[in-house]
Design a protein around this ligand. Structure first.
Ligand code: HEM
Length: 152
């Protein structure tokens, strides 16, 4: 159930990545926009844009891992929450940092959350070799035939 929330966050974040890219795209031709391409503020905006995709993908991978390896238990819930908090905090921190560079310590929130999520997920996989081993044993066989268009 919880991992469905990660799936929702994943696709919402990918969509926000597109939207933030579109927003950047409206101004990025301006050479001096936000102080120029290499300026700290513009880099933070870019990092926020990219983090939507990266952390959307992380949440998607977590969801698929939980489902595919039938992981369950309280650690799964903690890991799920950690990835969601990390995904939410990272772009917010990028935005805050872009305007208040001295607030760099706030990056501890996404970093600690994501590290926690990563460690917990790894622990879950190592902890449940049976569940992992039996996961999706009936995986569909890959059809290695090239796709053909049936002739009329
Ligand atoms: C609707 C789709 C997208 C739009 C409109 C978009 C738009 C942009 C724009 C305008 C910039 C430049 C920002 C600047 O000049 O400061 C940028 C940078 C970047 N975008 Fe996107 N983007 C899109 C999708 C993606 C995707 C799917 C990825 C990767 C998963 C991605 C990764 C990046 C990266 C890594 C940079 C930094 C490039 C660099 O520093 O040279 N973007 N994007």
């Amino acid at each position: 159930m919880k991992s469905n929330l990660n799936l929702l966050v994943a696709w919402l974040w990918i969509l926000l990545g597109f939207i933030s890219g579109m927003a950047l795209g409206m101004f990025f031709h301006g050479e001096n926009w936000l102080g120029g391409y290499g300026s700290f503020r513009r880099r933070m905006y870019r990092l926020g844009h990219i983090s939507f995709f990266g952390l959307g993908a992380v949440n998607l991978l977590f969801c698929l891992t939980v489902q595919n390896f039938s992981l369950a238990g309280p650690l799964v819930h903690f890991a799920s929450l950690a990835f969601i908090v990390g995904a939410m905090a990272m772009p917010v921190c990028c935005g805050v940092m872009a305007h208040f560079p001295k607030a760099h310590l706030i990056f501890a929130v996404p970093v600690v959350s994501l590290l926690t999520g990563g460690v917990l997920t790894l622990a879950l996989i190592l902890e449940e070799p049976k569940a992992a081993g039996t996961a999706n044993m009936t995986a569909p066989t890959l059809n290695n035939q090239p796709a053909t268009v049936s002739s009329p």
